[in-house]
Design a protein around this ligand. Sequence first.
Ligand code: ZN
Ligand code: ZN
Ligand code: ZN
Length: 288
Amino acid sequence: MSIASYAIVLGTAQDGGIPHAGCYKPCCERARQNPKLRRLPSSLALIDPLTRQRFIIDCTPEFPRQLDLLNAHSDRSWGLSGVLLTHAHIGHYTGLIHLGREVMGTRALPVYAMPHMAEFIRSNAPWRQLVDFGHIELRDLEADQSLSLTENLSVIPHLVPHRAEISETVGFTITGSQNSAFYLPDIDDFESWDRSLEAVIEQVDRAWIDGTFFDAKELPGRDLSTIPHPLISETLKRLETSSKALRVKVHFIHLNHSNPVCQTDHPAYRQIQASGCQLAADGDRFEL
Ligand SMILES: [Zn+2]
Ligand SMILES: [Zn+2]
Ligand SMILES: [Zn+2]
């Protein structure tokens, strides 16, 4: 077994996963029939075989299946050493319910969160019970401050603009002993961010970024301005002038069920392939 730390992609869909509750269109009916087309909500595992520790970024409603996926790619006896949260939208933290006494009953599992996110968990049922009964231990993340998870793995949270009804939102820079990566499932748009997307990608070896929608035609009858995300078509256009070496690092995640890139026979999928950027898949492995 390799001794380098590594990441496993535990999910690549938007919060509702694919198939999506209540969607009976081909996008989801096909996935109901063919398990290979299913995608779990976005989540990333960080594994350090040297210290025998495993962490997950975001704890989704599909956490039980994602723990199985993690166990298929690492030693389950290593348990879970911590959870890092990006923000308070339902696909990113509600899996925490499985840590309580009804299911796993963890003891003082570190949950790393930004101040508003931590306060939300501390003050609202049923999440506060996890704190009150000692199942989790909230640890504050600080924007742009490096947090060392193990001697071989560290993360830095970066604030990003994203509908902040309940909490702030962060993406993470992840640094291992060999490679680094950037993980950002949700952002309203790259233009109003105080960082340059290209500069961020430049500094890492892999960038998993928000690819929720392909283009504006995707959700007829729903106002995309109420659920803003960068469109893959626009991100591809933006990165057209960047080097091929930069584009190949980009892996889109957080795909909405309506996103045509999920269908390999769709022109949108071929457009990604032609662009040099990639589509992440559940179970992908990346050495850190
Ligand atoms: Zn989300
Ligand atoms: Zn659907
Ligand atoms: Zn969100």
